[in-house]
Design a protein around this ligand. Structure first.
Ligand code: FPP
Length: 251
């Protein structure tokens, strides 16, 4: 992974409570779009659209706070079970997001990336993302990492298959398999593990998100629905994170 250098990073937001110990990698399960829309008598897709705009706000907040990597759970391998019209809408959101916000992302030195089964996405979704990846590939600011068509169990099984294949062909010895090597077969090989996981909407589960990578991550839950999430709540999550003692199994 290249060294990230904060020359041009905007000054960290000044609050009395936030210390310099900013989580380097924050992951978010953006949940509650459907309920947000339902409460307003709107179709579910209206919640997703609103959620897309919140993504922009949190990217900017993360950049200003000095977060280096933001991994957002945008579409899971299980989300294909939703009605076709909703899936189609969700698959158009990356293009919409890039159309509206790519210039601002570039202005803020954001580098766009993805994790998940990229080949399983529709062509138009892949094209929009590839365009954004290409335009931002040399940026040295925040890595905005969309988990799209992502499932953690699927990722782990894929890694096991690749490792087995390398053992079978003699390029890898069983005795060389350890946690570090296993991690290098995951989508997150270049970005490592989140320091902080946020989940909105009051659900308290991981929903097949980064199961291996979250082993020592601090978990933070809020009842707010994703479209109501904002910079203040994001900062609150980081303040709570800073109040916790991470011992990684030690004492
Ligand atoms: C879960 O809420 C949310 C999703 C499955 C989609 C999340 C996507 C966004 C927030 C927009 C992403 C933006 C880009 C640029 C890709 P839900 O629909 O399950 O809500 P519910 O639990 O209330 O039904």
């Amino acid at each position: 992974m290249s060294i990230r250098w904060p020359f041009f990073k905007k000054k960290k937001k000044k609050t009395t409570e936030l210390t310099e110990d900013i989580p380097k990698h924050v992951a978010i399960i953006m949940d509650g779009n459907g309920r947000w829309a339902k409460r307003r008598g709107l179709p579910r897709i209206a919640g997703h659209k609103e959620g897309m705009d919140v993504v922009r706000d949190i990217v900017i907040a993360a950049t200003e706070s000095g977060v280096e990597i933001l991994t957002l759970y945008a579409f899971s391998t299980e989300n294909w079970r939703r009605p076709k019209a909703e899936v189609d809408f969700l698959m158009k959101l990356p293009k919409e997001f890039m159309h509206v916000y790519l210039p601002e992302m570039i202005e803020n030195h954001v580098k766009i990336d993805t994790i998940g089964e990229f080949k399983g996405l529709p062509d138009h979704t892949r094209d929009a993302i590839n365009h954004a990846k290409e335009k931002t590939k040399d940026n040295k600011g925040l890595i905005l990492n969309f988990a799209l068509n992502y499932g953690s169990r699927n990722e782990i099984v894929k890694a096991v298959k690749e490792i087995s294949n390398h053992v079978n062909t003699g390029t890898l010895k069983i005795e060389n398999i350890d946690e570090e090597l296993f991690s290098s077969y995951l989508y997150t090989k270049n970005i490592g593990e989140p320091d902080l996981l946020i989940r909105t909407s009051g659900e308290v589960r991981l929903s097949n998100f980064l199961l291996w990578q979250l082993a020592y991550t601090e978990l933070w839950f809020t009842n707010e629905l994703w479209p109501d999430f904002n910079e203040e709540l994001f900062e609150k999550a980081m303040i709570d994170y800073q109040a916790r003692k991470r011992r990684f199994g030690g004492i």
